[in-house]
Unconditional design. Structure first.
Ligand SMILES: Cc1ncc(COP(=O)(O)O)c(C=O)c1O
Length: 365
């Protein structure tokens, strides 16, 4: 099969200089050269989250889930509770991690594609004084909804809670300000909006939270926030052998955003692309799952009534375009997801929409 253009929410199309960085000559992860590159990348991660010097960043060799598991398996002492706010597949993934580590849970589940009710969140905070951490997803990728992180952050500030945010599909695609949004710790990965490869995840956390960790409270050997932090502050290294070959492209992808396109420029491009996609599919008789609070990088689209989503995606793949099928019942009901993360520009969206129309016409007959 020939190469397809990825309009999927990860992995994403990467810029040539990111791909070339994979071919960097081999270096040892216990060398000064690694330490310099590691620190440079850490500084760029902080900029991605608009963090000040009260924050610190770490890189985890693994997918986005590895960064979430590192955080959630590390930050609780016995009997401390987590309040989980969820409204989609990736909130459920956080629940899976929380359950696996038997962390006492206050579970606030809202219907998918609806905004969490802040009055319910505030009441839960009043009712459960043992809650130490509030956890939620910034961009719930399964629907394309942006959750009310700044408002929940304000509640965390008011009630003195640690705020842990899964920013896997948001970092580099939405404006995330950890200071203003009272985010204590957040996570993401290379193969999403920053346009790097999957497998290099990262964490941005308040130093005060990292300083408070003890070795005992971290329940995972490899995904261990204490060990990662200690290795980094003492030696500018990682505790185990990292995927060094993915650190270079991560660094280049971050440089592309922070120093070249700028974060504001990247977000503006994503907004322009999403607007083109949304206008295009609406003009072809599709409808959108969400009316508002849509991410800059994911559009959940219902195909015209009666059209089989998988069939449609197969026809698009044959013509060089990869999308996602909607998760669970969404897919069965004809919903697909079109992402515009990474190296996708306005003209790519127009070209894709032309093919989209051809396939709709073909399958509509
Ligand atoms: C919001 C969110 N969290 C977590 C994940 C899991 O990331 P990974 O598949 O890289 O482990 C994803 C993946 O798409 C995601 O969108």
């Amino acid at each position: 099969m020939s190469m397809t253009k990825l309009f999927s929410p990860g992995p994403v199309m990467v810029k040539d200089n990111v791909r070339r960085a994979l071919l960097h000559y081999d270096i040892c992860h216990r060398s000064h050269e690694f330490e310099e590159m590691f620190q440079d990348t850490q500084a760029k991660i902080l900029k991605l989250f608009n963090a000040d010097d009260s924050y610190y960043s770490l890189i985890i060799s693994g997918s986005g889930t590895s960064s979430n598991e590192t955080v959630l398996s590390s930050i609780f002492k016995p009997d401390e509770e987590v309040l989980l706010i969820r409204n989609g597949v990736f909130g459920e993934r956080l629940l899976e991690i929380i359950s696996k580590y038997s962390i006492p849970l206050v579970d606030l589940s809202f219907p998918w594609a609806t905004m969490p009710d802040l009055a319910v969140v505030e009441q839960a905070l009043k009712d459960h004084p043992n809650v130490k951490v509030v956890a939620m997803v910034f961009h719930e990728t399964s629907t394309g909804m942006i959750n009310p992180v700044s408002k929940v952050g304000a509640l965390c500030d008011k009630y003195g809670k640690i705020f842990s945010v899964d920013c896997v599909s948001a970092a580099g695609g939405q404006n995330i300000d950890v200071v203003q949004n009272h985010i204590s710790v957040c996570t993401s990965v290379g193969g999403k909006c920053i346009g790097a490869f999957p497998g290099a995840a990262y964490i941005c956390a308040r130093k005060s939270l990292l300083d408070s960790l003890t070795s005992d409270q971290c329940k995972n050997v490899y995904l261990n926030l204490y060990k990662h932090y200690q290795s980094s502050i003492t030696a500018h290294q990682t505790p185990n052998t990292p995927n060094v070959n993915l650190f270079w492209p991560l660094n280049v992808a971050l440089t592309n955003i922070i120093e070249d396109e700028t974060l504001a420029g990247r977000i503006a491009r994503y907004q322009r692309c999403a607007a083109i996609i949304r206008e295009g599919v609406l003009s072809m008789g599709c409808r959108l799952l969400l009316d508002d609070n849509m991410a800059n990088t994911v559009t959940s689209v219902y195909l015209p009534a009666g059209m089989d989503a998988q069939n449609f995606l197969d026809e698009m793949t044959k013509r060089g375009y990869t999308f996602y099928i909607g998760k669970g019942d969404y897919g069965k009901n004809g919903m697909i997801q079109i992402a515009n993360m990474g190296e996708i520009y306005e003209q790519d969206c127009y070209n894709m929409l032309e093919v989209f129309q051809v396939v709709l016409n073909r399958l509509g007959k």
